[in-house]
Each structure stands twice: as structure tokens, then as C-alpha cells.
Design a protein around this ligand. Sequence first.
Ligand SMILES: Cc1cc2nc3c(=O)[nH]c(=O)nc-3n(C[C@H](O)[C@H](O)[C@H](O)COP(=O)(O)OP(=O)(O)OC[C@H]3O[C@@H](n4cnc5c(N)ncnc54)[C@H](O)[C@@H]3O)c2cc1C
Ligand code: FES
Length: 289
Amino acid sequence: MHDVLNSAAMGKLSAGRPLYVPFECIIVSVSDLTPNEKLFRLQVPEGKALGHLPGQFVQVSLLGWGEAPISIASSPTRSDYFELGVRRAGSLTGALHQRVAGDTIGIRGPYGRSFELDRLRGRDLLLISGGCGLAPMRSLIQYCEDRRAEFGRVTILYGAKSIEDTLFKQDLNAWETSAHFACSRTVDRAQAGGCYGGNVGQITSLIPPLTIDCAQTVAVIVGPPVMYRFVIAELKKKGLTSVQIVVSLERQMRCGVGKCGHCSIEHLSCCQDGPVFWLHEIEHLRGAL
Ligand SMILES: Cc1cc2nc3c(=O)[nH]c(=O)nc-3n(C[C@H](O)[C@H](O)[C@H](O)COP(=O)(O)OP(=O)(O)OC[C@H]3O[C@@H](n4cnc5c(N)ncnc54)[C@H](O)[C@@H]3O)c2cc1C
Ligand code: FES
């Protein structure tokens, strides 16, 4: 944390920009993901790339409303734009949902530790997300799609509360039929007699049927806090260990740069040391999972 304080004080850069200073990005398009979640496609001024890696987040700001950390939902391999999937949760995100194409918003970042691509290359990947966790996972999935030869077998598992709550439906349909991926999804509940013919049950129910090459596989988990313990238990039953499991954790954040202490997990700052961690780094820390 002290390094971060020092580097921040010295005006260090994030992707070549001043660490703390928001810059304006233009909203290129807005689309509905669900009744409560929207996808914003944004452009950095002068057509520059955001300069992020999968798993990182930005601080979104609206004058008069404040700031909120939001994961980057698109891959850096698609560098003409970047995308944010935003749930209407409160004041800032509510105001953001009123914005339309052509409006500008403030962005700081990208911030945080990304998925470590160097340690994922060449491995079979098991990418497990629940709810809004598909937003940062989508960045990694798109990256794998665009650099397909760099990875082994890629299996995507996604769980949502209901069909209506399922995010990125078009992407999921494409991944399910793509030769690049094996993809399964589930919903916690579906209306009896409705037109949904897919899996019903918790995301953990998708794990036992999988055939996993334990020596080759890394699992990545992003989802609501309640999901982690149960998914990790299923993965361990399959033979994966804590050095083969990556998690991305969400905490209340303010500064996003390791300075304010709002996101502490014992001695770690979730915004700076994370949000991505290898399980063995945090499983012994109180309140981490
Ligand atoms: C690293 C990171 C990545 C995130 N990525 C996304 C994303 O991709 N898409 C998305 O929709 N949201 C994401 N979030 C959550 C998002 O930041 C919050 O929903 C947002 O800050 C709410 O701001 P608000 O002003 O709209 O709501 P407020 O008016 O501030 O609060 C609304 C409610 O949400 C609670 N809340 C605020 N922040 C959090 C949080 N971090 N975790 C749990 N509850 C919170 C408040 O306590 C309050 O009850 C992410 C959070 C973090 C830390
Ligand atoms: S949000 Fe301020 S230290 Fe992490």
C-alpha cells in the first residue's frame, strides 16, 4: 500500500494518464441487457485505446453524482471502444442509466490487478461467472476468442437468478454454438411451462458433469459473494487446488488507487492488490470470501 501512496503522490500514470484525473469519454451506444442492466459502449478521446487488461475496472464519474467502480466488460483486443455493463443500484448508476449516445461521462483508470494472462496462456480454462460477474469475465472470454490459439480448452459456465436476469444473452447464444468454447448456463428458477428449455439449478450443478484435466486447468470465478465458497468446494472435489483457482472480489471502493482504505481485506487493498487474486493468496484472510 505504501508504494501505491508514494506513486500516487508522485503523479504516476495509469495507462499513460495521470492516476487521479478523470477524462471525458463519449457514449457511442447504449443497449438494454435486462430491465435493470445496460451496456454502455464508450470511446476514449482521439480514438485512443483505454489501455486495459481483462479483469481491470474503471471509476465512472458524473458531475454532481460522484463515482462508482465498474468492471471493463470488453477485451483490449477490441481497442476502438470499451464497454461497461451497469446495474442500476443507486444514485450514480441510476443517473448513468439516463445517459444516451452522444453524452460524455468521466472515467479514471484502468485500475487494479488483471487476470494474469501469462499464467493462463497454454492452459485449459474453466471460466465460471454468476450474475454481474459475467461483465469482467466477458473481457477475458473475448480475449480468448480473439487469441484462440494461445489457450487450451475453454469452458464457460454462467448462472443467473432467472431468464430475465441473464446478462449478455446474445453473447451466451454465440458462445454456446461456437467451436471455440464449451458453454453451459443455468438459472436458479424458471417458470413451469415457460419456453425456457435449459438447465435449472444453481451454478454448482454444472460442475460435477465436467471432465477436467486437472494438471492443465485453471479455473476463474467471478460472481456474487455467496457463490465463491460453494463453487470452490465443487472445484476442489474435481481435484483442483488453490494455486489453480483465480477469483475476482468486489468491495466497497472510493479512491480505487490504494489510498483510502475502504476496500481493505486485512493488509490487502482490493482495488490495488486485486480485485483479481489467486485463491491461495486470500483464502486464509478473514472476510475475504
Ligand atoms: C471492482 C468493482 C467492479 C464492479 N463492477 C461492476 C460492474 O461491472 N457493473 C455493475 O453494475 N456494478 C459493478 N460494481 C458495483 C458498483 O460499483 C456499485 O453498484 C456502484 O458503486 C453503486 O453506486 P451508486 O452510486 O449507483 O449506488 P449508491 O447510491 O452508492 O448505493 C446503492 C447501494 O449499493 C451498495 N453498493 C455500493 N457499492 C457497492 C459494492 N461495491 N458492492 C456491493 N454493494 C455496493 C450501497 O451500499 C447501497 O446499498 C463493481 C464494484 C467493484 C468494487
Ligand atoms: S478504494 Fe481506496 S484503498 Fe481501495
